[in-house]
Design a binder for this molecule. Structure first.
Ligand SMILES: Cc1ncc(COP(=O)(O)O)c(C=O)c1O
Length: 425
């Protein structure tokens, strides 16, 4: 039998399996209430309207839809994306837009065109695991920056200190990766001041910002804050921000279509990278999404998705308040958008161990917090998804989670009492 391992490239040896994808296999059993996946709610998918749009493609565009397309993307879809972004105040021209096979491909392309082995990427602690996977698969590393206690963006002092130390140590920092709108995993949303401060930081050091915005439109509480891409455009317009968008969370993830907005020189490089990956994004799907967007119904879907997630998020927050033990420090974020919240436990509870007990003893699942760190992971947190489960299951799932956490606290407290009790008692 051939030793395949010895044939793998150095980059392939660095590739890491996604802990989340592995965990998801554990949680597909029907009796398990899973808050683990990042799945949108299937009831938000506009099946009949999408069926009609697909029929229009067969009726009107079948020859084009079944043919190879350009790497840059289908023009009908690009026109619709331009209208969509223009409504949000973005000035977008065709040469600044590339259609991709969803954001995960964009994250891989970004890593591919910028990173040499040993390079560094600035990213939050915690951050999206798929971005970490893309970075390490090019043998690069993450310079992790903590968020402020107010959860309104990076701790800018820590950013400056860590960056300066890295540069002084001879490290090459290639770009900054951020998810300013309802970050995965914790649901944090960057304030306007922090977005501006990051842009200034990047201007001063000639750094590119990769702004990953899959959840941007899924704001269900409060007012929209301008993207960093828009702040650059309306400010010095240096073109240093690359904005990644996707249909996955605003419509359907199964389409596997997204788009990149960037300076035309970067788009040209992305196009070359994409040619080697898949020649072009699925043409039928692009035509299908273009026909659907022409109906104007995407805006209604986004609105009803936000209504749906607001209700579920409120239920999850209320259930946490109702069922979680009121002692020790148990905290959770209260996101104003997106699909996730972040639960932190006392340091003595390790969620890497707790997940197995939660699945076996209480039939409830989450994603372990440690999955979202490149190094020195925090092990006392978890990500909870609120978009996928029904309201009844959210209530029952949180009740189960609270039970297992209560048992952990009791076990710790009993051990603690035994240690501190006077002899003979
Ligand atoms: C922050 C972030 N970026 C990118 C992606 C990948 O999305 P897509 O389905 O567009 O590949 C996800 C998916 O959950 C995500 O949370």
């Amino acid at each position: 039998m051939m030793n395949f391992e010895s044939q793998f490239s150095a980059n392939a040896k660095n590739m890491k399996q996604s802990v989340i994808r592995e965990l998801l296999k554990l949680t597909v059993r029907p009796e398990i209430i899973s808050f683990a996946g990042g799945l949108p709610a299937p009831e938000t998918f506009p099946v009949e309207d999408l069926r009609a749009a697909a029929n229009t493609v067969f009726d009107k565009h079948s020859a084009k839809a079944m043919q190879y397309g350009t790497t840059e993307g289908d023009n009908d879809l690009k026109d619709e994306i331009i209208k969509f972004e223009t409504r949000q105040g973005v000035k977008l021209e065709s040469q600044n837009l590339l259609v991709v096979s969803a954001s995960q491909q964009a994250l891989d392309m970004v890593a591919k065109i910028f990173l040499d082995p040993g390079d560094y990427v600035i990213a939050g602690r915690p951050t999206y695991v798929g971005a970490i996977q893309a970075i390490v698969s090019y043998s690069a590393k993450v310079l992790g920056i903590p968020f402020t206690p107010e959860q309104d963006g990076f701790d800018m002092d820590a950013l400056v200190t860590k960056y300066d130390r890295a540069i002084a140590g001879g490290k090459k920092v290639k770009y900054i990766y951020v998810i300013p709108d309802f970050q995965n995993p914790a649901g944090f949303c960057w304030s306007l001041a922090k977005r501006q401060a990051l842009l200034e930081f990047a201007y001063r050091r000639d750094l590119i910002i990769i702004e990953d915005s899959p959840y941007r439109e899924i704001r269900f509480i409060g007012e929209h804050i301008p993207s960093i891409y828009l702040l650059d455009q309306n400010g010095q317009n240096r073109g240093i921000v690359v904005n990644l968008k996707t249909f996955s969370k605003i419509l359907i993830p199964g389409a596997r279509v997204g788009w990149i907005m960037a300076h035309e020189k970067l788009i040209a490089k992305f196009v070359i990278a994409k040619q080697a990956m898949d020649l072009c994004t699925n043409v039928f799907t692009q035509k299908w999404l273009a026909e659907y967007m022409k109906t104007g119904k995407l805006y209604d879907v986004i609105k009803s998705t936000c209504d749906n997630y607001r209700e579920k998020r409120n239920h999850m927050v209320n259930a946490l308040e109702k069922y979680m033990p009121k002692r020790w420090e148990i905290k959770w974020t209260k996101p104003e958008g997106g699909l996730f919240l972040w639960l932190s436990l006392p340091k003595f509870i390790n969620t890497d161990d707790l997940i197995y007990k939660a699945v076996e003893e209480e039939k409830v699942a989450f994603v372990v917090g440690s999955a979202f760190y490149f190094d020195e992971p925090e092990r006392n947190a978890m990500r909870l998804n609120f978009s996928f489960s029904s309201i009844d299951l959210i209530d029952e799932g949180i009740k189960r989670l609270a039970r297992i956490i209560t048992r952990e606290l009791e076990a710790y407290e009993a051990g603690h009492r035994a240690k501190t009790a006077p002899e003979g008692v």
